[in-house]
Design a protein. Sequence first.
Lengths: 103, 228
Amino acid sequence: MTWFSIIMSGIVTYLSRMTMIALIDREMLGDKVKEVLNYVPAAVFPAIIFPGVFINDIGQMVEPTDPKIYGAIVALIVGFYSKNVIATILSGLLSYWFIIFFI
Amino acid sequence: MLSKSNIFLRGITDVLPHMLSVVPFGIITGAIGIELGFDPILVYATSLIIFGGASQIIFMQLLSGGASSLVAITSVGVINSRHLLYGAVLSEYLEKLSFIKRLLISYFVVDQGFAESNKFIKKNNTQNNLHYHVLGGGITLWFFWQISTISGIILGSFIPEQLGLKFAIPLTFLAVVVNDLRKLDHIFVMLVSGFVSLILYNAPFKSYIILSPIIALFAAFIMLRIIR
């Protein structure tokens, strides 16, 4: 039963990756749709970022003083000016660790 | 004009920084599977067959908690449906490839790979063979994901939980979008997506992951109509 679930989940996931690339003809998408597609990263990734920062392990909003919020703010500022992925991630993690271990 | 191998190499180097979050997350995923009591082969099979980060964890948690296969499969489908959006963006640059090549390259479309390839393609859209960037990034992410989940399966969760390394996930995606904070229209779309995700967080099947982007894209559509 678990093998069945894994294989079905794999097929569903593969279909989500493959459908738009291999099955759908781009001509079928209108100009307005193509224009809106420019915003896909801006529309998708905050839905991963916000819960990762503002929601805790049991699905509740964190306190306004949560260390993750400060870590995210530091990462945001460092990322904005450095435009560097490693600097963004490390600055966020290090400031987060600094708060939870030393303050 | 960049050569194919140059573009492939750029794909690799562009995703490498994301290994800071991918590798710990992979180790945690493998370790959680074992802790939940699954056979090591089954845990690894989720990395090879599903190949989808968070969806693998939720899949195993649901099954071990007694959920039906239908619920587990549906959840994976809902969480991973965001790939439809990545595919829609990338298809413009992949449409000249043969059908077989498009079927193969599809397997390697993942979040961080899409994000970096999308940036590279926007800057170099006059180049040929841009799909080599998608392949270089995708194969690199695939390789590190397989190795790190296997490490987690074998070694267990040797990363101390107190480190809170799950926090690296939002940071890795923050690094991807932070440059778009220079554009007001993108900021607007990001805020819509972010706030909607917090409101819908407890909706069934983790559907906030796809509902928030859809609502944010609809907001973008309205915004474009109003600006003109």
